[in-house]
Design a protein around this ligand. Sequence first.
Ligand code: ADP
Ligand code: MG
Length: 405
Amino acid sequence: MSVEWIESWDRDAGAARVATAFAERFGGEPDGLWSAPGRVNVIGEHTDYNGGLCLPIALPHRTYVALRSRPDDVVRLASAQEPAAGLRTVRLEQVGPGTVQGWTAYAVGVAWALRAAGHDVRGFDAVVDSCVPYGAGLSSSAALECAVAVALDEVHGLGLAGDDAGRTRLVAACIRAENEIAGAPTGGMDQSASLRCRAGHALLLDCRDGSTRHIPLDLAAHDLALLVIDTRAAHQLADGQYAARRETCERAAAHLGLRTLREVDDLEAALAALTGAVDGEGGAVARRRVRHVVRENARVELVEQLLDSGAVQEIGPVLTAAHASLRDDYEVSCAELDLAVDTAIAAGALGGRMVGGGFGGSAVALVRTADLSAVATAVARAFDRQGMTAPAFLVAIADGPAGRD
Ligand code: ADP
Ligand code: MG
């Protein structure tokens, strides 16, 4: 059984690709080359928009952009991943919620958000190329936004990418781009990971106040690896379901008189208070959602402690518990994700779970380095037996944040 690995590009090679594509498309030199990583979240899923905790790492898989500023407010964009779209042209003046369709919304949305924050951002010509898989729950959308954000920051001398406080403001602009211009109601984990992660570290992000802690993560030193399994299952239901989960959580928090579910400090009391309230099955649906969010925050804290104390392999069962919670309480898993996790564990993984919004996309498994190939092969074989599309794999090694190439 052959197994497909999703290779990351060497940074120089990625930069060279967009430099060449820029010259072919627009002629001459861009002002610069920038890139931003996709991410995988170790633990803390569907917590970001609930003011909770998460623990992403930046992937070596990055989205590259070559960009040249223009004196007017015209944006011209092309992406190697969207060849059919050709060159897209948008005037920044006309950008607003609902006005830009398709992939360009993620890029021009960043320029729009920076302008809305009072920065003097003009039009640009840019080409994009990426080795972050699309729609795989590894945040190609944030990688695109954040690559454009650091590019615009530098060509306009905004100086935000120079320190973490400034990067946090770039995160805010990228979130607005995704929420308001691309119309995807995601939380802030993806953009924070792409702009604020540190190589060799996981980023403990507290979405209540945006504070972070960089936790050293050297799995190889423990003969371990984080195997990412892209199930290739399209998350068709994802958009409406994601918004529905978010809305249920917001209504539950409001019913409890709290700003976000992060403020729940007595889970049993909160669950009791939700009986007969909010919606669905006499509040049972809301209770399941709340239980996931509150326990998931606790699992992030547990993983933090385990990493701090060097008990790295003990995070395996915590990942598996998170998967059960996402499957049974949050109800965002699917057959492919369950099969990936169950098969990986049966083949020797120490634990695993779905990552990202759900209904498709990727899973992760904590695997002994020596077992990587056997676990991947077992998962590929199980998918084949079920007649599912062949999955693809990568090993997640914590890489660096968005920046200039
Ligand atoms: P994920 O972020 O998990 O990969 P999303 O659905 O949030 O999945 O984002 C995927 C979308 O982001 C694509 O459908 C496309 O519109 C846009 N996108 C991401 N990367 C690129 C790229 N390299 N070129 C053009 N569009 C991109
Ligand atoms: Mg995304």
